[in-house]
Design a protein around this ligand. Structure first.
Ligand code: 9WN
Length: 444
């Protein structure tokens, strides 16, 4: 972790802290936190990572429980499912629900070792978890040691990372591939348009979207996107979620996903040392993956990383903010970190000139849309990662300005899910879990 700066407790900071605490209290279910009460009434994988990072300042035991509830739903093959369903929530509250994934029924998840005691989805999300566990430990090492937190989670986190580096290395170049746009956490990013082009959509009317009851259609993915999401998930399910058997018509190496994988491998090295184990395997793996990330996804001319479409055997030259997120990876050569910062602050992403927060997709991109989900709006988790990256690579002034802009946007928007990058107007659902949690982390 980076050394933290102490921030003054101004009246604005106190009110932001207070508002964010209320969101986390309201979204707590007793064992984990929902991203939002209406739109996302279950536990999501990477949301819980970000939420634990904020919660560690309020209640280290609850932050630990957040992660352990998620890890208790881990599959036998090591995957951490992207959703852990709450059995008390009606099936029609969220689509796709447990009767779509069938993780525990009809033998769908059995071959990949789906747990029997809880319903989950069968796909994954970006691996922020080992990083989150390490940061949670650091917030209160005594409580963590007393409760045996790290020795308990370490084997599960190792199995999770191994699942990704071994079973998901579909391209054979040492990077993990996602097999569904939902796995990126950036569902309708323009980076998925090309890899999705050949995927046949599910029949219209073959399912009912629940999201449109909570969000404006112009802020959400389109129906055609959803029909492709459904088709891909059903194909995977019908192959028992087995990576050795499923055809994976969508297979993409995403720079943000792999950057988090690397950051988590470094965190595993710290965790190993803390619990008296040898960290060297983790460090070697982190270095190997960093080399692969640079070789395969870095684009010198563009000054950012691009996704790689494994099926097409070609990079996807779309400027998504995912291509800046490797700034969180330790040990990048200066020419790469400098170029990432220049791209972030140049005309494409406009940080500090056209915008105060980094948009999810370049302002100059052909597919840019200021309100549609991951096609332009600014997201708090992305900006939180970039703020860490700026500090890591010595851009302290820029990091401080980004932090101040995030705090303002989070409180002005009542902790909304995402904002219009030009106007700061609130989009998606309010009282969103990671927006509140990361506000607390920035204030701590
Ligand atoms: C599908 C919960 C999740 C986030 C994702 C975000 C959105 C789900 C959806 O919500 O995805 O997983 O239904 O749109 O894209 O990043 O984890 O907050």
């Amino acid at each position: 972790d980076q050394p933290s700066t102490r921030h003054p407790l101004t009246p604005d900071a106190i009110s932001a802290y207070d508002g964010a605490c209320h969101v986390l209290l309201d979204n707590w279910t007793g064992s984990s936190t929902v991203p939002s009460r209406g739109l996302y009434p279950h536990q999501w994988s990477w949301d819980s990572g970000f939420i634990a990072i904020g919660r560690r300042h309020l209640s280290p035991p609850r932050a630990q429980q957040e992660l352990e509830t998620l890890l208790a739903a881990q599959w036998g093959d090591g995957r951490i499912p992207h959703i852990v369903f709450n059995p008390e929530v009606p099936l029609d509250a969220y689509f796709p629900s447990p009767d779509f994934w069938h993780s525990t029924t009809a033998g769908r998840g059995a071959g990949a070792g789906a747990p029997r005691h809880v319903e989950t989805s069968g796909i994954v999300q970006p691996p922020i978890h080992a990083l989150a566990a390490w940061l949670v430990h650091r917030a209160d090492p005594d409580t963590s040691r007393r409760r045996g937190f790290l020795p308990r989670v370490h084997p599960r986190l190792v199995a999770w990372q191994r699942y990704l580096t071994e079973r998901r290395d579909l391209g054979g170049h040492g990077l993990a591939a996602i097999v569904h746009p939902w796995e990126s956490g950036m569902d309708n990013s323009p980076s998925w348009d090309q890899p999705l082009a050949a995927v046949p959509p599910a029949a219209p009317g073959s399912f009912t979207r629940a999201d449109l009851a909570h969000g404006a259609p112009c802020d959400r993915p389109t129906d055609l996107d959803y029909r492709k999401y459904v088709r891909l998930a059903l194909d995977y399910r019908d192959h028992g979620y087995r990576d050795d058997l499923a055809p994976h018509p969508f297979a993409v190496e995403d720079p943000a996903f792999n950057a988090l994988l690397i950051a988590s491998e470094h965190a595993l090295a710290e965790i190993a040392m803390e619990i008296g184990e040898d960290p060297s395997d983790h460090l070697v793996r982190a270095e190997t993956a960093t080399t692969a990330l640079r070789k395969r996804l870095w684009d010198e001319e563009a000054g950012q990383f691009f996704s790689y479409d494994v099926r097409a055997g070609a990079p996807v030259r779309e400027r998504s903010a995912a291509g800046l997120i490797p700034l969180i990876v330790p040990g990048l050569p200066e020419h790469i970190s400098d170029a990432l910062i220049a791209t972030m602050t140049g005309p494409h992403f406009g940080l500090g000139t056209a915008t105060t927060l980094v948009p999810s997709y370049a302002l100059t991109g052909a597919a840019f849309d200021a309100s549609r989900y991951w096609r332009g709006p600014a997201w708090f988790n992305v900006n939180w990662l970039l703020e860490r990256g700026l500090r890591r690579y010595g851009a302290a002034r820029r990091a401080a300005a980004l932090r101040a802009a995030m705090l303002r946007a989070a409180t002005d928007s009542r902790f909304t899910e995402y904002v219009d990058p030009y106007t700061g107007a609130a989009r998606g659902s309010r009282a969103f879990g990671w927006t509140a949690a990361l506000t607390i982390d920035l204030l701590a």
